[in-house]
Every structure is written in C-alpha cells, then in structure tokens.
Design a protein around this ligand. Structure first.
Ligand code: URA
Ligand code: SF4
Ligand code: URA
Length: 232
C-alpha cells in the first residue's frame, strides 16, 4: 500500500499534468495545427516524465523505457505486450524480428509503420522475455491509458493474448477474442495473434490475415481515406 504522502504527491503531480495538458488544449483549440502540436508536446512530456520510471520491478534490468513511437495524431494504434531485447537496447517498440513481421502485416493492409502509433502494455523488458506479472501490468497500464487518451485513435489493433486480456479485461483465450470488434476506452479494437507467435507457429497466419483484413474493412468504414487494396 502506498502511504498517504505518496498518494498526495501522486495526486498533485496528476493534477499538474492534467492542467498542463488541458490548459494548453483549451488555449489552442482554435487551430487544428496547434492542437496536434499540443498533442505531440503532451505525449513527449509524458515520455520524458517516464524515462526514469522505477514504479515496478521491471525497471531493475531494463536498458531503456520503451515508451512508444508514432504520430501523436495517428488514426491507428498497434498495441503489443512488452519490449524484447532489441527494443530494450534501441528504446523503440517492435524493431526486432516480430517488428519486421508487423511491418509486413501492416503493409499488406495498406498501412506504413510511420502512420501508426506503436506501443506496448509494459514499457520495460521483462527479464528473459517472460510474461509481465499482473502487478507490473497494473503499475504500467496508466501510461498506456494516457497514450490512448491523448492520441485518441479511430482503431486499435491488439497484438496477442497478454495485450488482449489486459485491454479487454477478460481471461479468455486469444481465439475467443478474435473475430469481433471490441471497445477500449470507447475506441474500436480488433484482436489478432502476436507477430512473435506467428514466427513460431505459421499456422496462425491464415487467421491473422482474416483479422487484419477485417481491421482494414472497419478502418474503411470509419475513416475511408485509403485506396482499395489491389489483392482483395
Ligand atoms: N514484442 C512486443 O510485444 N513488443 C515489442 O515492442 C517487441 C516485441
Ligand atoms: Fe515504470 Fe512501466 Fe517500466 Fe514498470 S514497466 S518501471 S511501470 S515504465
Ligand atoms: N498477409 C498474409 O498473407 N498473411 C498474414 O498473416 C499477414 C499478411
């Protein structure tokens, strides 16, 4: 349990953060450009604020906090589980083999990596790539929740079981969460296999392809700013 002074300190810093965020948004809401710059600034300041985070055990062995990357006004967010060793060294999400596969999957449905915002459930690498523990997830999740709030995407692609169970607050199998869209903080979301799982089990590729096709279909319904895929 946090003691009272910790709670007060964290409430104060939360209030300061909120006033920094929303104060600016009100002041600059007349200009869409200023607004999106403000969004970027607040994401950046959250990133700065967390770069030395020691709120959970995962801080002990990490090299870098892997905050997330992409445009602050991205229409699509991709959410994975946790950084691996390459991400830990680089400080960026999905730069290793799973990330290269993610790039290909996105490209297959007409998205480039630089138009999506990519983040993970936990920002620091679990030693040996073990699953993050529930306490680590609950310490770290507020960061992701604020990223979702600030970016306010139109659609979220949820990668793998840990991310899906966390974001949908469900215990079920990954398979039981596929094939339908869900709402995460009011944002529509589609669940699919984690690209690292696809690297180990190529039999999941067909289902993943189905999932990402329906993701693209939903994107077309909600946004509709992309040319038709040439292999539909
Ligand atoms: N796997 C993830 O879930 N996230 C990364 O950033 C890299 C691999
Ligand atoms: Fe902080 Fe999240 Fe890293 Fe834990 S995993 S130390 S909560 S940034
Ligand atoms: N394209 C495919 O054919 N399969 C996948 O899993 C992803 C993209």
């Amino acid at each position: 349990m946090a003691d009272r002074s910790q709670v007060i300190a964290s409430t104060k810093s939360y209030l300061a953060q909120q006033s920094a965020m929303y104060g600016d948004l009100y002041a600059e809401s007349w200009s869409p450009q200023a607004k999106s710059q403000t969004k970027g600034t607040t994401l950046d300041s959250l990133c700065q604020e967390k770069r030395d985070c020691t709120a959970c055990e995962l801080s002990a062995a990490r090299t870098n906090v892997v905050f997330g990357i992409g445009p602050a006004d991205a229409k699509v967010m991709c959410i994975g589980e946790a950084p691996g060793s390459e991400e830990d060294l680089d400080g960026k999400p999905f730069v290793g083999a799973a990330g290269q596969l993610l790039d290909k999957i996105l490209a297959a449905i007409g998205f480039s990596r630089d138009e999506v915002y990519i983040a993970n459930i936990v920002k620091c690498r679990p030693p040996g790539n073990r699953d993050p523990e529930p306490e680590e997830i609950s310490e770290c999740l507020p960061i992701l929740n604020r990223q979702i709030e600030m970016i306010n995407p139109v659609l979220i692609l949820v990668l793998g079981k840990v991310a899906a169970q966390t974001l949908l607050a469900k215990d079920g199998s990954l398979n039981s969460m596929r094939g339908t869209s869900h709402a995460i903080h009011g944002v529509q979301a589609v669940v699919t296999y984690h690209p690292a799982a696809l690297l180990r089990n190529s039999q999941f590729k067909r289902d993943t392809w189905q999932d990402v096709r329906s993701f693209r279909k939903l994107y077309d319904e909600l946004v509709g700013d992309k040319p038709a895929l040439d292999h539909s």
